[in-house]
Ligand binder design. Structure first.
Ligand SMILES: *[C@@H]1O[C@H](CO)[C@@H](O)[C@H](O)[C@H]1NC(C)=O
Ligand SMILES: *[C@@H]1O[C@H](CO)[C@@H](O)[C@H](O)[C@H]1NC(C)=O
Ligand SMILES: *[C@@H]1O[C@H](CO)[C@@H](O)[C@H](O)[C@H]1NC(C)=O
Ligand SMILES: *[C@@H]1O[C@H](CO)[C@@H](O)[C@H](O)[C@H]1NC(C)=O
Ligand SMILES: *[C@@H]1O[C@H](CO)[C@@H](O)[C@H](O)[C@H]1NC(C)=O
Length: 225
């Protein structure tokens, strides 16, 4: 009896730690698209460039953009993806609920894929600032707005796709989402400019903990009853 009690105590500690780990990682993985926008802006302000406004309309279209590329990630993490220009106004904007009269100019795009899930800071290094061409895009003075989209090819499994759209249109009055900025709810992935957490991709760190926690809970009940 004493041994069982001791065992129970020890495992309760393990359980609490797992639950804590799950909570912490779910907090970190709220919306990595917003984190990436913050990193981009920090990188710009460090060289005295203006911050870019975080546009949910652009972000949602960035998510739509990578939605189309899901089959095109090569084994060396190279993404081939060139949707037609018309897709922006004919597919991405309507799917997001971007009001067409407010559609501005998409003047820069950066995209990439990774088979492993990357934290936003790693995604900045390996996807956004992947080469001198993309770094010079990030440093373009004329840009005013940015949007980031992120999605996993399979639920909680890679490869993961990132897209950054940049615009030099008038801040806040372009790429406006209908329904007072709510737009059309997206089924998968996440995008910047909203507080909606990611579905699918960035929960990767959380789920194994929840399963383990659930397993331990059942285990405790068995000891108890
Ligand atoms: C900005 O990003 C570039 C490209 O990755 C990097 O070389 C530079 O150190 C970054 N600057 C800051 C202040 O983080
Ligand atoms: C990655 O793979 C693609 C085709 O799968 C190839 O065209 C490209 O050159 C490769 N890139 C590198 C850096 O190896
Ligand atoms: C995906 O790759 C295929 C083959 O390279 C290409 O034909 C297709 O246009 C690509 N898809 C997109 C959305 O660019
Ligand atoms: C910055 O972006 C604008 C609009 O896309 C482009 O016309 C210009 O050439 C870019 N400037 C640099 C230095 O790349
Ligand atoms: C655009 O919106 C941001 C916050 O959403 C705000 O800080 C900024 O002042 C706005 N800019 C203009 C030109 O209205």
């Amino acid at each position: 009896m004493k041994i069982i009690k001791k065992l129970w105590c020890w495992e309760w500690v393990v359980y609490c730690n797992l639950l804590l780990a799950a909570l912490v990682s779910s907090k970190n993985h709220g919306n990595p698209a917003n984190d990436l926008v913050d990193i981009i802006n920090k990188n710009r302000t460090a060289v005295k460039l203006s911050q870019l406004s975080n546009s949910p309309g652009l972000g949602c279209m960035a998510l739509q953009y990578v939605e189309q590329c899901k089959g095109n990630c090569s084994s060396n993490n190279t993404l081939t993806c060139q949707p037609s220009e018309d897709d922006f106004t004919e597919v991405f904007a309507p799917n997001c609920g971007v009001e067409l009269p407010t559609f501005g100019t998409v003047s820069g795009r950066i995209f990439g894929c990774q088979h492993k899930y990357l934290d936003p800071s790693e995604a900045f290094l390996h996807v956004v600032a992947q080469n001198s061409k993309t770094v010079s895009l990030l440093r373009n003075k004329t840009f005013t707005e940015v949007g980031v989209g992120l999605v996993g090819a399979h639920k909680h499994k890679g490869p993961y796709f990132w897209c950054v759209l940049l615009s030099n249109s008038q801040r806040n009055t372009t790429f406006v989402l209908q329904d007072l900025g709510e737009g059309i709810k997206q089924k998968k992935g996440c995008y910047s400019g909203t507080s909606t957490p990611c579905s699918g991709a960035p929960n990767v760190g959380v789920f194994p903990y929840f399963y383990t926690a659930a397993f331990f809970s059942v285990y405790f009940l068995k000891i108890f009853l």
